[in-house]
Design a protein around this ligand. Structure first.
Ligand code: MRU
Length: 355
């Protein structure tokens, strides 16, 4: 795979902007299938079912979905259009609560609608199409910049552990958490990467190993509970992860299991680097305690990937999709505007003021 081209359009507008086409990530790695979404229910389900997933990709998709639904909105009056688009905003925002990029992108799109003072359906749709494309273009540039900064923290030959999937499928082009690995590999560097499988939805097994293997990166799959032994025995130099929301104090929400990995990494003195666009930093959340954690259906743990249930039918499951890594366990937060180091309450504020 050439990281520069293969996934740069894993979300894009079709049918003159009135529909969105995505890779159905639930079918990977066994089938590379594109699906077309046209209705609000289909767009909502695509986010909720993780057909499109990863914080930046959800934001990009939401931008295109919002624009597509504007093309299909009732055209009785400007007031009715605005009311409908506000409903679209609120429904899509509710599809997943943790990744702040979803609300960030939809607020941006709603801002375009709110800024229109008169009825001109064609002009409004054009402005929305352009804004959605802009969100995606910005993400391409952000991923490249994050990858460059991230690569400056790594050394040729390094052993790396990554959790979940923060690659091209979750973003645009290079990705965030996987970006330095793809960029470094393009430049002839070698990394020995261990990918946590990432229970229960297996984004590490299904998506990260798929992306890294195709890009020619040396990747080995491990179960989540093997990270400690791997750090003890395999000369690991860094843990690289993406994230869904960073609080003002540097606490990080990312895929369930990240905080456990961070605790293990601290024990072995392995740095944990969190890579994310600055749009993932939410200064309105003082700490991780303010970040909502998505709870998902227990079937994902017990039945989804198995021929027979792995636990008695009546056993309840607790299935939080994300956890909070305390800022004290994070060695650096790498954004497109630079690398933030502790104390994060100062470095993140400085970054926000640079806007
Ligand atoms: O539930 P998912 O698959 O959307 O979770 C994705 C993650 O946790 C990623 O690490 C995060 O969104 C960053 S993607 C660049």
């Amino acid at each position: 795979m050439n990281a520069k081209t293969e996934y740069c359009e894993n979300v894009h507008a079709i049918e003159g902007g009135a529909a969105v086409e995505i890779i159905d990530q639930t079918l990977l790695p066994n089938s590379l299938t594109y699906v077309t979404l046209r209705t609000l229910d289909e767009c909502y389900d695509a986010i909720a079912r993780l057909q499109v997933r990863g914080a930046p990709a959800i934001g990009i998709f939401a931008g295109y979905a919002f624009a597509a639904l504007a093309h299909r909105a009732p055209d009785d009056s400007f007031a009715a259009f605005k009311t409908y688009m506000s409903h679209v905003h609120d429904r899509l925002v509710s599809a997943r609560p943790t990744a702040v990029n979803l609300a960030w992108a939809l607020d941006r799109m709603m801002g375009i609608v709110d800024a229109q003072s008169k009825e001109n359906a064609i002009a409004i749709c054009c402005a929305l199409d352009e804004e959605a494309q802009m969100i995606q273009r910005e993400d391409v540039a952000m991923c490249h910049s994050i990858s460059e900064y991230g690569l400056s923290l790594l050394k040729d030959g390094m052993g790396i552990i990554t959790h979940c999937n923060a690659g091209p499928l979750a973003t645009s082009r290079y990705g965030t958490g996987l970006g330095p690995l793809l960029l470094g590999t393009e430049r002839g560097m070698h990394f020995k990467v261990f990918s946590d499988e990432t229970r229960p939805l297996l984004q590490g097994a299904r998506l990260t190993t798929y992306e890294l293997e195709k890009a020619g990166v040396d990747v080995t799959l491990i179960c989540d509970n093997m990270a400690s032994l791997v750090m003890d025995r395999m000369s690991i130099g860094a843990c690289l992860v993406g994230c869904d929301r960073v609080a003002a104090n540097g606490d990080v929400a990312n895929k369930i299991g990240t905080s456990g990995l961070a605790i293990i990494a601290a024990h072995y003195h392995v740095p944990l680097y969190v890579m994310c666009p600055s749009s993932t930093i939410d200064m309105t959340c003082a700490s991780g305690a303010d970040i909502p954690i998505e709870l998902r259906n227990g079937d994902e743990i017990k039945t989804m990937f198995y021929n027979a249930p792995t636990a008695p039918d009546a056993v309840p499951c607790y299935n939080p999709s994300f956890d909070i890594t305390d800022h004290s366990l994070v060695s650096a937060i790498v954004t497109e505007r630079g690398i933030c180091r502790p104390p994060y309450s100062e470095s993140l504020r400085g970054l926000a003021e640079k806007k």
